[in-house]
Design a protein around this ligand. Structure first.
Ligand code: G6P
Ligand code: MN
Length: 447
């Protein structure tokens, strides 16, 4: 089995490779092709993987290429985790928005729209190449904003493209753990869009244990989402929101906290990651050690402003090591390759699951996965509040996709103006102008 990783020089690739090394099952991945546009990054990550593989006699073979077509030919799985515009782009996504008084974040609000506007055309181009060169391949999309990117690739790849994220499984695992349950035996009644969902039930042994968790202040206060949102608000909602909803429920506080610090997440990562790639080029023999050190620092500072706003303290040790998106990716590949039925929360077409959205809307819901791919399972319907927010953001996503695929300025302005975290049409125009001035990919949107 061959896995092609687009964005193969990316910092999180060693996590995926580590998961593959741990997979002893039959029909496992035996060959990994790393594709990236940047040779230097490919070399650094290639060195990390070689050191990871050193302890294994049957490690998957790794090859590196900067030729997309070559990377795609013969792939059984394509894992896409690219960052168009790099971390420099991420810092611009943040800064332009913050300077105009709205949240600038990787995937949420104005920042996420700008990121999507430059990523979607590239993702569509990749989807077309896959449809041409590897039409049988399954495509696992981790490229953010993952929901929108998956929806934009579906016209070319159908249900062979499946979006993944680590946040729903992370939330589920933390909630299960807080109840003392084995996370893998629980059914999660989770639904929403990527980075905009709620855990509305937690079925174990035929019983919904969420009410018990919501009633237990100590258990709630012991994990990330409980600390971020506060016991009272969780009880009032009757569900546990994805951590990204902190940007909505505490919009002014998170905005103020992000504005108060000079360093955004993007500038921190840009500095940190540039240092990692430069140092690894100088000391390739220490690649793995440098990667581990950098990763620990990155994980411990994740969503640091939100945790400061909520006074949530340090990030839990368990969340920095426990199976994140690489486990979701591996479980998904295994279920498809072995026809081994699994239940995973994925980004797929709605197909009638959630009645507030049409069949083709990509949603993030629990799915049954086997050799035929992923199918959403029955979950509870949205409450009015959830439906309102989800439908508003889905309209933003679709206007963003329209703008990115047609170049329409009107559609781009609509996307910004409709976003619940952007409070004025004037600001929407200013945001688009600000981004078009600083991001070459968005220059065509200039007035
Ligand atoms: C989580 C989300 C990803 C996101 C990442 C950002 O893993 O699921 O979608 O890209 O966090 O983390 P970072 O360390 O880059 O701020
Ligand atoms: Mn994610």
């Amino acid at each position: 089995m061959r896995l092609t990783i687009l964005g193969g020089g990316g910092f999180r690739v060693p996590l995926v490779y580590q998961a593959l090394l741990g997979d002893r099952g039959e029909g496992r991945i035996t060959s990994v092709v790393l594709y990236d546009t940047d040779r230097g990054r490919l070399g650094a990550i290639g060195a990390v993987l070689r050191q990871q593989a050193a302890k294994y006699s049957d490690a998957p073979a790794v090859t590196e290429t900067t030729d997309l077509d070559e990377a795609l030919r013969g792939a059984d799985f394509v894992f896409s985790a690219i960052r168009v515009g790099g971390l420099e782009g991420r810092t611009v996504d943040e800064r332009v928005a913050l300077d105009l008084g709205v949240l600038g974040q990787e995937t949420v609000g104005a920042g996420g729209i700008a990121y999507a506007l430059r990523t979607l055309p590239v993702a569509v181009g990749i989807a077309q190449r896959i449809a041409e060169l590897a039409p049988e391949a399954w495509v696992i999309n981790f490229t953010n904003p993952a929901g929108m990117v998956t929806e934009a690739m579906i016209p070319y790849l159908g249900d062979r493209v499946i979006g993944i994220c680590d946040s729903p499984s992370g939330l589920g695992r933390r909630a299960a753990l807080a109840l003392g349950l084995d996370a893998s035996t629980v059914f999660y009644d989770y639904a929403g869009l990527n980075h905009l969902g709620w855990l509305r039930g937690l079925q174990s042994g035929g019983v919904d244990r969420l009410p018990e968790l919501l009633a237990d202040s100590t258990a709630l206060g012991a994990f990330e989402e409980g600390r971020l949102f506060g016991v009272e608000w969780l009880r009032s909602l009757g569900s546990i929101p994805n951590e990204y909803l902190h940007y909505y429920y505490f919009a002014r506080e998170t905005l103020a906290a992000v504005q108060a610090v000079e360093q955004t997440r993007g500038t921190f990562l840009l500095e940190q990651q540039s240092a990692f790639y430069a140092e690894t080029a100088r000391r390739p023999d220490d690649a793995l050690e440098l990667w581990q050190k950098t990763r620990a620092e990155r994980e411990s500072t994740y969503m640091v402003e939100s945790r400061a706003v909520a006074d949530a303290g340090e990030r839990d040790e368990r969340d920095m090591s426990a199976g994140g998106y690489e486990q979701v990716a591996l479980s998904l590949m295994r279920a498809i390759a072995h026809n081994e039925r699994a239940s995973l929360i994925l980004n797929v077409r709605n197909r009638g699951t959630l009645r507030h959205l049409d069949d083709d809307a990509v949603v993030e819901v629990p799915c049954t996965v086997d050799a035929n791919g992923a199918r959403p399972v029955t979950v509870s319907q949205f409450t009015d509040h959830q439906a309102g927010l989800v439908c508003a953001v889905k309209a933003v996503e679709r206007s963003t996709i329209e703008a990115a695929t047609t170049g329409s300025r009107a559609a781009a302005v609509r996307a910004f103006a409709w976003h619940p975290l952007i409070d004025s049409v004037t600001a929407a125009h200013q945001l688009l102008d600000g981004y078009a001035d600083r991001l070459p990919e968005l220059a065509p949107f200039r007035r």
